[in-house]
Design a protein around this ligand. Structure first.
Ligand code: ADP
Ligand code: NI
Length: 221
């Protein structure tokens, strides 16, 4: 068992390494996103009586090896995480607990069920999804869309859905579509009480934004 001091030390070492790895990012997946997920996830974990140490590490590592950040679209969460936690003193069991969640945490499409996670994983998934909605979520969606060269909106291209992760990944639609294929669905996919509570206001922000956006788009405002 790791004691409290070494837990703090491990968290700090991993945080420092993650800061270096995610220093430069224009996709909305930078260190600011990771630190928000870390803070909100730990807050949720306390309310849920979960292991805050494991939650903190999953949050810090949750985007390591993600397909959205990889140059060639391939992912290897395990390899990149093992490299990042090397020499920190985490046990194999703890490492596996973390990697198992990171491999399953992502949204895979509106027609695809979320993969079941441990209680600690659920705290991080909710925190990650809270950062995808509300004002920050809107900003992140447009930052990501711009990076991928996508139009903000195309009224001719109606809302699209995806029934597999492959379809979801290959969807090159406009950014407003991302609200319909993912962001507006997140409130009802929250799995913790705190997540459900926090999602309400942020979801309302999405709806308000969309209503205004569509009016302004048609120059009706
Ligand atoms: P997840 O693992 O569930 O995909 P992440 O935090 O890794 O969560 O990244 C999700 C965020 O990436 C979205 O909330 C959004 O900001 C951005 N994103 C992903 N796909 C798109 C897209 N097609 N259009 C706009 N933003 C996107
Ligand atoms: Ni994330």
């Amino acid at each position: 068992m790791t004691d409290h001091n070494s837990e703090l030390q491990i968290t700090e070492t991993v945080m420092k390494r993650v800061r270096e790895k995610f220093a430069e990012d224009g996709s909305g997946h930078g260190i600011d996103h990771i630190m928000r997920v870390y803070r909100v996830a730990v807050r949720i974990a306390k309310e849920e009586n979960c292991d805050t140490f494991i939650v903190a590490l999953i949050a810090l590592l949750h985007d390591v090896g993600d397909h959205k950040l990889s140059a060639n679209g391939t992912v290897n969460h395990r390899e990149e995480i093992v490299e990042l936690i090397e020499g920190t003193g985490l046990s194999n069991e703890q490492a596996n607990q973390i990697i198992d969640v990171v491999e399953k945490i992502s949204f895979k499409g509106n027609g695809v069920a979320d993969m079941p996670l441990s209680p600690e994983g659920r705290c991080v998934r909710d925190a990650d999804r809270l950062d995808a909605i509300g004002s920050i979520g809107i900003a992140r969606a447009f930052a990501y869309g711009a990076l991928k060269g996508r139009p903000m909106f195309d009224p001719e291209a109606g809302p699209s859905t995806s029934n597999s992760f492959g379809e979801y990944q290959n969807n090159k639609s406009h950014t407003i579509n991302h609200f319909y294929e993912k962001l507006l669905l997140l409130k009802d996919r929250m799995e913790t009480s705190a997540g459900k509570r926090l999602a309400e206001g942020r979801h309302a922000t999405l709806e308000l934004f969309l209503a205004e956006f569509l009016l302004e788009w048609d120059a009706k405002r």
